[in-house]
Design a protein around this ligand. Structure first.
Ligand code: F6R
Length: 220
């Protein structure tokens, strides 16, 4: 794990990795997260004015809710990144209930770079504790902890969707390179458990110990 000075440095370090990837391979296939952590990364990427015209993206997960809702992950991505770069909307993929189709699209050509955040319970994407290490894209129930954590984005905890569609742990692990970003002291304990603890389905992020090309960046 690399510890960075502050959120600005976390965002620009991961932006460097994305920039290098897109310049090295204009036809890159990227997996992208939502949540609070990558907001600075997306701002940094917008500022860099890269050529996204051949890039294909896949989002890690979506809430089961109206995609036009202000808190949907589709809206988040448009607002923070897609509407501000020259990517083709048809190249921006989100999981939907047709999970087999998403899996087929992902399997077609390997993902070059997958960016992840981590939940306070060790989830990656919305693979909550107990998710199978070989899981694929599917509908999941969100844990109480995740509903509570994400209630900060909604008027009340009751407004947080209870279900989501997420890429699986097995799906994520097929990416050629994985970068996990984490921001805030409240993530440090779970990061240490995921990186140094036993590999167990109770801590979904611990699966990353088995990936041969993973980088983890943290700031307080
Ligand atoms: C969202 C996702 C989640 C988040 C995690 C951390 O697409 O994949 O696993 O990365 O819940 O969220 P924040 O960044 O809000 O702490």
């Amino acid at each position: 794990m690399k510890v960075l000075k502050n959120y600005k440095e976390l965002s620009s370090t991961v932006a460097d990795i994305v920039e290098y990837q897109i310049q090295d391979e204009p036809l890159s296939r990227l997996v992208l997260p939502t949540g609070s952590t990558p907001i600075g990364l997306y701002q940094e990427l917008v500022n860099r004015e890269l050529d996204w015209s051949h890039v294909i993206t896949f989002n890690l997960d979506v809430y089961i809710m109206n995609p036009n809702h202000p808190q949907s992950y589709q809206t988040f991505m448009k607002k923070n990144l897609f509407n501000r770069i020259n990517i083709y909307p048809s190249n921006c993929n989100f999981p939907d209930r047709n999970v087999e189709v998403y899996e087929q699209k992902l399997k077609g050509t390997p993902i070059d770079l997958c960016i992840l955040g981590i939940g306070s319970n060790g989830h990656i994407a919305f693979n909550e504790p107990g998710s199978k290490f070989d899981s694929r894209t599917r509908v999941v129930d969100l844990s109480e902890q995740t509903i509570e954590d994400n209630s900060r984005f909604f008027d009340s905890v009751d407004d947080v969707p209870k279900q989501a569609i997420t890429m699986g742990l097995g799906t994520i692990m097929e990416s050629k390179k994985i970068v996990l970003m984490a921001n805030g002291k409240h993530k440090l304990n779970i990061l240490n458990i995921a990186i140094n603890g036993e590999q167990t389905e109770s801590v979904p992020a611990s699966i990353l110990q088995s990936h041969k090309n993973v980088e983890i960046y943290y700031c307080d």
